[in-house]
Structures are given as structure tokens and as C-alpha cells.
Design a protein around this ligand. Structure first.
Ligand code: KG4
Length: 339
């Protein structure tokens, strides 16, 4: 270990993954531990917040211990503890935040609060050593859909955002209605692999000249289509429906991202967040990038969904930018990103 190396312990507990990770210099993962509750919540059709908090309590210290052990370091070697403090479920956030504060109080190490969405963007730095701002990022997760101009590692300008539902929510909800269960996104992705992307038609929402999104009308259109088909005594062809619906959502995401690239003249695009794992989105973005001379990046699958390595990476860039938080830092369930 070089004496100039900066080691960050990252902690994440904003939804249904308890995670801890050690990252060197914001770019190199030394350990990446994730305890997922997804199978457990699956039986209820979605995350049950109170149960999520309790499961985080059980998992948080074993995850931190494993992350330190796997990285072959002790707390003494760590420069700062970075933790997600929002957005997310308040009870879930508080578990990771309390653990991080406890470690900082007992060791004197600095505490760095991290916005979970910045973490998603930083997953790209962990996969692409050459990637540096400035670039555009399409950040699509269960709770957010945004086009972000990443001006520097910590200076972010929001160019477009959803006015209602997030893309992930629109996919998860319809996945549940057509009987695919939870977590809907990956199941919908798999179900649509051999489907016809033109079999079903969904409404589009036009947001004028802005780069904003709206997915609630599309979700309602899909619900109406399902109900009308069932009322006629016909079955929904799951593979075709899943393929058409995801293709439609991906097309809107891609069109807006391309428009942002044309407006700003920025030619490097990153995808981030859970929905960036979606194969329909990746394929369409690949096609658009090659036909418009754009350079496209997306994190490897494990780093698209919630993990603590991305939090440690974001924590590193915040830390070297001078951010230090008081031990009074509170959870911020509706924390916004950028300006
Ligand atoms: O980023 P993430 O793990 O958590 C949030 O911060 O929200 O994203 C979770 C979202 C869920 O909506 C999940 O269904 C979606 O990402 N997701 C996918 C895929 N994998 C995860 N959506 C579509 N296709 C996938 N392959």
C-alpha cells in the first residue's frame, strides 16, 4: 500500500441491500460485500420498510467486518468512512448511518455523507479507469430518472428529470401486474428476451422542449391495455408484452439522452442506476452511440444495482474535495442531487 493511497470504507443501506466495501483512490475495489434482502421481500411483492430496517441491523456489522477482512485492512488503515445518507427509506438509511457514525466516534476517522445517486454515477469510475468528467449521465433507478451533466466529480447539473414516476417504478409495477413478481426489472428483462418489440403499442408523453420525462401515463396505458385484453377473455403474451414495453421505455430514455448530447455537444455518455442493467436500454443506447459518434459507458451488472463500492468511490471524491460531516448528520430520505 502506497502511503499516499486513500482508503475509504463505504457503507450502503438505503433500500434492501446491506453493503460494505473498501475502495482505494476512488477507483479500485479492494472488497465489495452485499447482503441482499430481495428474495425475502419477494414474498410480499415489494420491500417492506420495517422488515428491511431490522434485517439491516442484523447484517450491517458482519458486512463491515467482511469488507475489512477481504480488503486485508483494519479500521486503522481507513482514511474516512463514507455512508449513504439519502435518498432512500428512512429506517433503512438510519442503520447504515448509525453504524458509520459509531465507527467514526470510536476511531476519530472522518465521516463523509454520500448522496446515493452520486454513488450510482461513480460506479462508472470503478469500471473505467480512463473516465473523467465532463460527461452526461442517464441515471435510472427504482426511484429516480435523471439526465445529469457531470461537470466535475462533485459538481452536477440536472438537465432533465421525471415529473412523476421513475422508469424503474414503471417497469416494476407492470411486472407485478403481469404476474412476474418482485424484483420486477430483472424478471421483465428476462421475460422479454425472445419477445416481439412491436407486438404491443403504448402511449408516448411529450414534454415540450424540455429534457424531462413522464412515465405515469405510459404505465396507465399499459394497465389499460392489460385490463382490456383480459376483459376480452384473451391472455397477455408475456414475452411480447415485456419486450414491447421495455423497448418503448428504453426508446424514450435514449431519445432524451441523445437530445441532451446534441444540445450540450458532450459526446461521452454514462448509464447508471439499477435500470442501467436493462438489456433493452443497453442495446438501444449502444445503437444510438455508434450511429451518432458518442462514447458510451455502463457499469458491469453487479455495480448497476445497489452496492457499497460506488458509495466508497463517491465518498473518495467528496473527501478529497474537502467534505467532512458532523456526527449529527441525519438521514435525508428525499435528498436531491445536484443543482
Ligand atoms: O439502483 P437500484 O438498485 O435502487 C435504487 O436506487 O432505486 O435500482 C433498482 C431498480 C428496480 O426498479 C429494479 O427493478 C431495476 O432497478 N432493475 C432493472 C434491472 N435490474 C434492476 N430494471 C430493468 N432491467 C433490469 N435488468
Amino acid at each position: 500500500m502506497n502511503s499516499k493511497d486513500v482508503l475509504i470504507l463505504g457503507i450502503e443501506s438505503s433500500c434492501d441491500e446491506t453493503a460494505a466495501s473498501v475502495v482505494r483512490n476512488g477507483r479500485e475495489i479492494l472488497s465489495d460485500i452485499i447482503a441482499s434482502q430481495a428474495d425475502f421481500h419477494g414474498q410480499y411483492g415489494g420491500v417492506v420498510p420495517e422488515l428491511a430496517s431490522r434485517m439491516h441491523v442484523d447484517a450491517i456489522y458482519p458486512c463491515i467486518d467482511s469488507a475489512l477482512k477481504e480488503a486485508n485492512v483494519t479500521l486503522d488503515d481507513i482514511d474516512a468512512v463514507a455512508v449513504t445518507y439519502g435518498p432512500g427509506l428512512v429506517g433503512a438509511l438510519l442503520v447504515g448511518l448509525s453504524a458509520a457514525k459509531g465507527l467514526c466516534a470510536s476511531t476519530g476517522k472522518p465521516l463523509v455523507g454520500v448522496n446515493h445517486l452520486l454513488g450510482h454515477i461513480c460506479a462508472n469510475y470503478l469500471c473505467f479507469p480512463e473516465l473523467e468528467p465532463e460527461f452526461l449521465c442517464l441515471c435510472v433507478s427504482g426511484g429516480n430518472t435523471q439526465i445529469i451533466r457531470v461537470k466535475s466529480y462533485t459538481d452536477l447539473q440536472i438537465l432533465g428529470r421525471t415529473r412523476d414516476d421513475a422508469a424503474g417504478e414503471a417497469i416494476d409495477k407492470i411486472a407485478r401486474v403481469i404476474g412476474l413478481g418482485y424484483p420486477g426489472g430483472p424478471k421483465m428483462d428476462k421475460a422479454g428476451q425472445d419477445g416481439d418489440i412491436h407486438a404491443y403499442v403504448f402511449p408516448s408523453t411529450h414534454m415540450g422542449d424540455t429534457l424531462d420525462f413522464s412515465f405515469s401515463g405510459i404505465k396507465t396505458g399499459a394497465l389499460n391495455l392489460i385490463n382490456q385484453t383480459r376483459q376480452k377473455g384473451e391472455d397477455i403474451r408475456i414475452d411480447d408484452f415485456a419486450a414491447s414495453y421495455q423497448h418503448h421505455i428504453a426508446k424514450i430514455l435514449c431519445e432524451h439522452t441523445l437530445k441532451a448530447a446534441e444540445q450540450t455537444g458532450i459526446k461521452e455518455i454514462c448509464l447508471a442506476g439499477g435500470v442501467s442493467a436493462n438489456s433493452f436500454l443497453r442495446k438501444q443506447m449502444d445503437d444510438i452511440a455508434s450511429s451518432h459518434g458518442l462514447k458510451l459507458y455502463y457499469p458491469k451488472l453487479r455495480l448497476c444495482t445497489d452496492n457499497a463500492a460506488m458509495i466508497a468511490s463517491a465518498g473518495y471524491f467528496e473527501y478529497i474535495n474537502g467534505r467532512r460531516d458532523e456526527l449529527s448528520l441525519n438521514a435525508a430520505p428525499s435528498l436531491k442531487l445536484g443543482r
